[in-house]
Design a protein around this ligand. Sequence first.
Ligand code: ME8
Length: 626
Amino acid sequence: MAERFTVTTPIYYPNDRLHIGHAYTTVAADALARYHRLRGEDVFFVTGTDEHGQKIEERAAKAGKAPIAYVDEIVSDIRDLWQLLQISYDDFIRTTEPRHERVVQEIFKKLEASGDIYLSQYEGWYCTPCESFWVEGKLVDGNCPSCGGPVSRLNEESYFFRLSRYAQPLLDYIEANPGFIQPSSRRNEMISFIKQGLEDISVSRTSFRWGIPLPQDPRHIAYVWIDALTNYITACGYLQDEQRFARFWPADVHLVGKEIVRFHAIIWPAILLALGLPLPRVVYGHGWLLLGEQKMSKSRGNVIDPRQLVQRYGRDAVRYYLLREVPFGADGNYTEEALILRTNVDLANDLGNLLSRTTAMIERFTDGVVPSPSGQSELRATAEECVKKATQSLDRLQVSDGVSAVFELVRRANKYIEESAPWQLNRTGDPRLNGVLYDLAESLRIVAVLLRPFLVDAPHAIYRQLGLDSADASRLADAAWGGLRPGTRIQRGEPIFPRIDTESAAQAAEPAAASPATPEVTIDDFGRVDLRVGTILAASKVKGADRLLELTVDLGESEPRTIVSGIAEYYQPEALPGTQVVIVANLQPAKIRGIVSRGMILAGKTEEGLQIVSPREPLPPGTRIK
Ligand code: ME8
């Protein structure tokens, strides 16, 4: 039987609209779920909402609504958001569902029968935003040690869970299972937390009503964290469907933000031990998305709405940014500039151009048909290495490394185009052309398969443009080299990731004025700039832009390039054809006034005016300048 993989996200509080912090966890869990499906495993991916508690009760009252009516609205909004981001969950659990209320009540009965809960008096402090109880000694300057906010004094009758009983068994378990709490920094934090001693915790409340009453004493409402944590076993079928429960529990990964690792790595496993159930294999506490120096959070209100980002940039761009930008586990700053840069550089430039260049060349040079491979392939080893790296990273839950491994193949393939110059092979009738084109198309096909855990639209678009059916890209085995059949008729299409237009891209088109000396660069730094000789074939004014000319420049490639340059105040367009120029040939393409500009011409600017740089004697177009 196929292996199975159970992955969960926290169940979010429907007290406000979710933000990109929530999308971050959920997209990462989605990538893991999709990856394990690609491996052919039986995947159970569960997310949901944590709907009880004082905080929600208060919010609903403020809005003048019944709690359930209040959460219903937000939950439907959350489901829409996951639909928008194509989150492929198998179950969406709400703690207000009868299936869950039954399980929570049964658990309380079991814990009472085993002597793990008892009635006593609670004296201490409570933090409402964190839904956490604290004893005096744990407060920091009189405030909540978790969020730093104010706490309120509580003194009431409460049921307690004998957490103290499980300190040693927990330490033993963490010791015996080094991968249980990840990353290891969080594991160390948890070990020292437990070693300071665990006190029994209050697990019921009498001060509000919005929650699940304890069966043995309905004046008491189950503490929201016990209610919340147990969602994971309800969703897997605990006490409802034994077969299903045996199949999907224990979870392989509980993916959570680092602030709630303590609940998942201490309280939750202790409850499971008390119930005699197996513990989850991994609790992974990832870092925070920050806005400036601060954690983005609903209570602070410093949030970014993922819906707007998807609307502006597309869901694959947003998913890619969330998965790629921050090394998984660490905190990272969110900026829209970084999102734009990632989209333009990795998706539009590297991936998008690889696809459009490859399909354009196949169309021109081999009549739109994928040619036969040659015996030896320059890209095969890289492709195989990238498959290995991507899968190993995902097996280790290193989502950002996984996605960047795929882009190593993209970048290598782009470089291979420059190295092998297929347009020259075509011009000279070189028989190596077929092998080069096959390798490029095959690399793209493998990239599409490997991107399936991360992106939801692009893999299909790539397959379509290669003339393939993406139903054939649903297994990891499809990423094996050689799957592309020669004779496949490609279907060129629109660019899969249009570049995002920015002001700075327009500025980059203008030659810089004389400026003070800039810091030294190494010869390698310089070597990354591809300077080439080009001959201007045509020039015209750009409508509505006094300073811009649109140039058509022969760089010795299969097609001349379009370059937008800020030289209109210094040169008449009619005077330019035939002029040789020096071009930065590997500058990222930029859309300027709606025209895609691919390169920049060099010029010197003084107070007297501007001079284009030209070779002293004519050189063949495409000559490299070093
Ligand atoms: O804590 N950066 O729900 P919640 C990264 N109901 N991730 C973030 C984030 C940020 N700035 N902000 C939120 C709860 N998250 C409880 C959980 S589980 C049994 C009960 C993500 O709505 C991250 O996963 O406050 C964090 O742990 C979770 O949202 C908190 O969501």
